[in-house]
Unconditional design. Structure first.
Length: 470
């Protein structure tokens, strides 16, 4: 407010030079005449008061140009008018007059310094503004009520609204109705924490369609130069739609693959049963068993890809019911042992664990993935320990192997989609990195936690927790 009233750099620069010179001169002469006519007895005191007022006004009105003009005229008058009033020179008055003139020119110098500082600041401000407004990324500033106080041309260009429409619209009103509440909730949390950055992904409504955007909201409300929340978003609509198309294609392709492969698996089982009953077909039986092994791998891969697409689309169904977690694990181990006769799996079960609520088949899928991974990545030591334990209101299940292990810095990434540890030997361990991702999503759906404790060369312990039913 003070800046607008007493020092406005933009207005000073826009005023004509002749007016910035002439106005202070007229003020000095006019006030001097007024002082001589109406207050000749207190000429010196009134004169200094008037001159100080003129200097202040000149500096605020025309900057250095006006103040310098006023100082020169005042210097002339300050030594001439006393002679006309008293008809003689007063050394004391002359001394005070000289000091006042020096102060006037010093004040003019200070105003010049301030003016130069404002000029440099303005140049930097304009440079930054041009950089921001030339970028293709959209920026906006909002207050605590999400009113738009500033936005870049890119922001307006992407949304295709007029200035009048944006000025009367709050930012959250630009969001898709299904995304507004979540954004408002996240924004309230950002305000509550007083500082920080919040990332958010959703849809913005343009003048004619909806687009997917990735939004970053930074709290700079405590910064006097901004005094608001900076919103920056990238248009990721094309990327999201391409991902959706890819997911749809993978889902359709895997679904179409599963049917013929399942039929092929059925015919193969018939052949296997026939050749096992007849003698003299050992060579053909081995070939069929190898085919069966590869078909099982293909079916597992197809199932994992189908589950992944269902997770992304929110269609991975769960059927919750009470079940015995220990019995579920034993059933899973029996199935694994059939295909891996050389493995040695030991139990360490807490038999007092009560029944848990969950999808038994999905938990079976998680345990089976842990066991097959433990065997797969333990080529030289097939010993595996399975432990269940009660921890307050949770059941903890862990599968420990003595295999190649995982580097500690990479352990937290193994549950990411398509992640493969890059330290694994090339071509030795196959896989797409989907199994543990699916396990993670299943456990999250059960309101549990999942993790791994591992060290390279010393084996791994994969674990998950499930809440105990009340």
């Amino acid at each position: 407010m003070t800046y607008n009233l007493f020092w406005n750099y933009k207005k000073i620069n826009k005023r004509p030079v002749w007016l910035k010179i002439l106005l202070p001169i007229l003020l000095v002469l006019g006030l001097s005449y007024f002082q001589l006519v109406f207050s000749p007895q207190n000429a010196i005191i009134v004169r200094y008061v008037f001159f100080i007022a003129v200097l202040m006004f000149s500096g605020c009105y025309g900057g250095t140009t006006s103040m310098l003009s006023a100082s020169i005229v005042i210097s002339c008058l300050i030594f001439v008018t006393p002679y006309f009033i008293t008809k003689q020179s007063n050394p004391t008055n002359n001394l005070f007059s000289a000091l006042f003139v020096i102060e006037a020119f010093v004040a003019t110098g200070l105003v010049w310094t301030i003016q130069q500082a404002f000029k440099k600041f303005r140049q930097k401000e304009l440079k930054f503004k041009k950089m921001v407004e030339q970028t293709e990324e959209a920026f906006a500033i909002v207050d605590e009520k999400l009113n738009l106080t500033y936005y870049t041309p890119a922001f307006q260009s992407i949304l295709r609204y007029t200035n009048e429409e944006l000025k009367t619209t709050k930012f959250h009103e630009l969001l898709h109705p299904n995304d507004q509440k979540k954004f408002e909730f996240d924004f309230l949390k950002l305000i509550a924490h007083k500082a920080g950055v919040k990332q958010w992904k959703g849809r913005l409504r343009t003048s004619d369609t909806d687009i997917w955007v990735e939004i970053n909201v930074a709290d700079l409300s405590s910064d006097d130069s901004v005094n608001g929340f900076i919103i920056h978003f990238n248009n990721i609509d094309r990327q999201i739609k391409e991902d959706i198309q890819k997911e749809d294609f993978v889902h359709m392709a895997t679904h179409e693959l599963k049917s013929p492969v399942t039929v092929l698996k059925g015919y193969l089982q018939i052949l296997l049963n026939r050749f096992r009953k007849e003698t003299g077909n050992e060579k053909h039986l081995q070939m069929l068993e190898k085919m069966d092994l590869q078909l099982n791998k293909l079916l597992t891969l197809i199932s994992d890809m189908l589950d992944t697409t269902k997770i992304k689309s929110g269609e991975l169904n769960h059927h919750f019911a009470l079940f015995d977690i220990n019995h579920c694990i034993r059933t899973c181990v029996d199935g694994v042992k059939v295909a891996n006769c050389d493995c040695e799996i030991t139990y360490n079960f807490d038999e007092s664990i009560p029944a848990v609520t969950g999808d038994k088949d999905r938990i079976h899928q998680v345990v089976n993935n842990f066991l097959t991974n433990a065997l797969k990545y333990s080529p030289d030591n097939k010993k595996i320990e399975i432990t269940t334990a009660k921890e307050e209101v949770y059941v903890r299940v862990s599968v420990k192997d003595h295999g190649i292990g995982i580097p500690k810095e990479k352990a937290s990434q193994v549950f990411e989609r398509f992640y493969r540890v890059d330290t694994l030997p090339k071509g030795v361990f196959e896989g797409l990195g989907l199994g543990l991702f699916i396990c993670s999503e299943i456990i999250k759906k059960h309101n549990g936690q999942i993790g791994v404790n591992s060290e390279e060369g010393k084996g791994s312990e994969f674990w998950f927790t499930l809440p105990i039913s009340k």
